[in-house]
Ligand binder design. Structure first.
Ligand code: SAM
Ligand code: DTB
Ligand code: SF4
Length: 340
């Protein structure tokens, strides 16, 4: 069994990332099979609980107030609306529900209390509940944990060197501090990044270096392909190729064998064949549902058709804790039911 390491060097990561792509995929697929059930893919759903109007300047993001984009801005949704959406996602086969807010940081106010209620509610219906609310401190992380939060998403986004080209309103170190607060509260860390923002291979390798040398590897690593959005500074970036996604995913899989590597934003533009290469390279999680936070994504039906073609099954909730105590159908049965 390949060992879990936290001392990867940049040279080692670069050698893996730059190896011939079929060799790289084979190695990643081998590690994948050592640590995960073959053919099992986690299905997560995203909901933007507060959209747009964000004070930050993340160059990729349609929700930054300073860019003129088409997003439908709305304040924090009502708890009932969120819980209905979670139940719907669960009925459709998702096991993880992730709530995103266009906030710079969590503040101790009534909105945060409302989010804590949402976390209690979603966790109560037996879904793994995840939030992405921007920066937070130890105390806020502890409150989320008490409410039943399973995971928190806070991406490094890119390398430390390239970070300032993308975001100026907070630092790389701020990001690492938030990740530390999440870990301290015993919440699963979900952290990854985006490719296709104009970064170099060295930046991609640098981001993987930071993630894979964290004292505890993230429980999940989202690999997003930039979704270029009209009005943002990155609107005209060329699309990343599937081989770039494959290299990122395979390298992440080899460096962090136990992590769920999530084929995240960008699937709308990928064929089933493209995605199959990513699953072969070690991706074992997706966001499903027709919208990510604000941009389009394949819907459940389309994904379940793909699962059928590729012989994939949805992973059950709380698998790392030995399964959940709530009612759930076996994966294969679920796919058949969904596609009728
Ligand atoms: N405001 C919070 C924050 O920044 O942490 C949470 C929401 S934010 C939209 C979550 C993540 O979505 C970002 O860190 C980024 O990695 C990803 N993201 C945002 N816009 C994207 C885009 N256009 N393409 C790909 N990923 C994107
Ligand atoms: C992550 O890494 N990707 C998701 C989730 N974490 C929050 C978000 C992708 C957003 C893509 C652009 C949008 O839909 O607004
Ligand atoms: Fe705001 Fe998050 Fe978008 Fe940055 S990525 S502009 S912090 S919503």
């Amino acid at each position: 069994m390949s060992t879990i390491r936290h001392d990867w060097t940049l040279d080692e990561i670069s050698a893996i990332y730059n190896s011939p792509v079929l060799e790289l995929m084979y190695r990643a697929a081998t590690v994948h099979r050592e640590y995960h059930a073959t053919g099992e893919v986690q299905v997560c759903t995203l909901l933007s609980i507060k959209t747009g109007g964000c004070p930050e300047d993340c160059a990729y993001c349609p929700q930054a107030a300073r860019y003129n984009t088409d997003v439908q801005v709305h304040k924090l949704l009502d708890t009932k609306v969120v819980l209905d959406a979670a139940q719907k996602a669960k009925n459709a086969g998702a096991t993880r529900f992730c709530m995103g807010a266009a906030w710079r940081e969590v503040r101790d106010n009534r909105d945060f209390d409302k989010v804590l209620d949402m976390v209690r509610g979603v966790s109560g219906i037996g879904m793994e509940v995840c939030c992405t609310l921007g920066m937070l401190n130890d105390d806020q992380a502890a409150k989320l944990k008490d409410a039943g939060l399973y995971a928190y998403n806070h991406n490094l986004d890119t390398s430390e060197e390239f970070y300032d080209d993308i975001i100026s309103t907070r630092t790389y170190n701020d990001r690492l501090k938030t990740i530390n607060s999440i870990s301290n509260a015993n919440i699963s860390v979900c952290s990854g990044g985006i490719i296709g923002m104009g970064e170099t291979d060295a930046d991609r390798i640098g981001m993987l270096f930071t993630l894979s040398n964290l004292a505890i590897h993230p429980e999940s690593v989202p690999v997003n392909a930039l979704v270029p959005v009209e009005g943002t500074p990155l609107a005209d970036q060329p699309r990343v190729s599937v081989w770039e996604m494959v290299r990122m995913i395979a390298t992440a899989r080899i460096l962090m064998p136990k992590a769920m590597v999530r084929l995240s934003a960008g699937r709308e533009m990928m064929t089933t064949e493209d995605q199959a290469l990513c699953f072969m390279a070690g991706a074992n999680s997706i966001f499903s549902g027709d919208t990510l936070l604000t941009t389009p994504n394949p819907d459940f039906k389309k994904d379940m058709d793909m699962f059928k073609v590729l012989g994939l099954t949805p992973r059950e909730a709380y698998k790392n804790e030995g399964g959940c105590s709530h009612d759930h159908k076996h994966g294969e049965e679920l796919v058949n039911q969904l596609i009728g």
